[in-house]
Write a protein that binds this ligand. Sequence first.
Ligand code: MLT
Length: 231
Amino acid sequence: MRVHVAFTPAEEVSAPVGIVIDVLRATSTMTQALAAGYRRVLCCSEVEDARAIAQAEGASVLAGERKTVRIDGFDFGNSPREFLEPTADTVVLTTTNGTRLLLAAASRCDLVLVGSLLNLQAVVAAAAAANTGDVAVLCAGVLDELAMDDAYVAGRMAAALGGEPTDSAAAAMRLAASFATNEEGLGASQSARNLHASGLDEDIAWCARESVLDVVPRFSRMVGPAAEVTL
Ligand code: MLT
């Protein structure tokens, strides 16, 4: 199994298995919402798409952020702590980086899995079980730049996957090994600084918890402009 890491979406990587990571916070939120009992998450890149899909699909809540803050008129922002109890069948989600990467991966990979620290063990097991040879760990980053938090989690995933790491996977593993704790690895990022500036530090601690959710969200199909993610 060849394991590769793409540190930014700009690398446009295709692979049989793609693991999408936006630990602060989009993929942590998707994982939390589905573990809590929402049936699906519909991922949109644009705010207008999200509004239209929620209207068309019904039985859904609108969730998302721009600059970490809840979008006007939406039911929720993008904090995993807002998705502890399902209040509808579907979450329609749009975020700055994570949902866009999910949509891109859905168009390039045969199997797309949603990864975070919350479901680290489960997603690594699912990727290994897919047994398709190549796995690409895809980092959302921040506005097409490398973000330390996603690179840290990518290194943790690459180490857990084993196999033959490419140099970028080896670099991510060395980076991850340079931090003593998950909090340190996430805290050293632009994403964390953005959340801190918005008073959302509790989300960093929440997303730093490891393998506490035994679920593996995955891309299932396109619903209009949205990528549907289910268990
Ligand atoms: C994103 O997708 O850009 C991040 O998840 C943003 C955030 O959660 O604030």
